[in-house]
Ligand binder design. Structure first.
Ligand code: HEM
Length: 141
């Protein structure tokens, strides 16, 4: 993809998204469709890059690719009409040294972004519950 760095070869698969999508239109509507998801991803990533605790983990990584693939993943999981073309969560986070506290911080930034988009609280929590098991693949043991 133009503007992105090359990554090691991998097999694209919906399973790489780490969870199965919600059924029905409800979640996509609650997130205000692809435009809302785009705003939430932009706000979360901008805050993460500037964050005093987790900001440095993103330094030197491909921000163009991350905003594309993270958008695709959320759009796919929310059944808002996208396919996920990125890597699986183990491959994407291997050797980053992400700790539990880093994960908690990113969740707080995501919650702030969802609140700014006025996503209903129950829909926020449904998405967070879907992401929570990915802890095991993201946090370094
Ligand atoms: C459930 C939580 C998380 C999800 C769903 C998630 C999702 C993703 C996705 C979709 C990618 C891109 C995959 C690809 O390039 O093919 C990625 C990469 C990345 N994530 Fe996460 N992530 C999570 C937690 C975190 C946390 C807590 C951090 C650090 C605080 C983090 C830092 C990164 C970095 C730096 C990359 C880029 C890796 C590279 O360039 O090789 N992620 N993540």
């Amino acid at each position: 993809v133009p503007g992105e760095d090359a990554v090691d070869p991998y097999t694209p698969s919906a399973a790489n998204a780490g969870a199965s999508p919600f059924a029905g239109e409800g979640m996509a509507k609650a997130f205000h469709g692809q435009d809302g998801i785009r705003r939430i991803i932009d706000r979360t990533l901008t805050a993460a890059y500037a964050d005093p605790v987790i900001g440095e983990i993103f330094e030197g990584h491909d921000k163009v690719r991350l905003s594309r693939t993270l958008f695709e993943q959320f759009c796919y999981l929310l059944d808002a009409g996208c396919a996920y073309s990125g890597r699986d969560m183990i491959a994407a986070h291997k050797d980053l040294g992400v700790q539990r506290g880093d994960m908690n911080r990113l969740v707080v930034l995501l919650q702030q972004a969802m609140r700014a988009e006025r996503v209903p609280f129950q829909a926020q929590n449904r998405l967070l519950s879907k992401l929570a098991p990915m802890n095991h693949d993201v946090v370094q043991k």
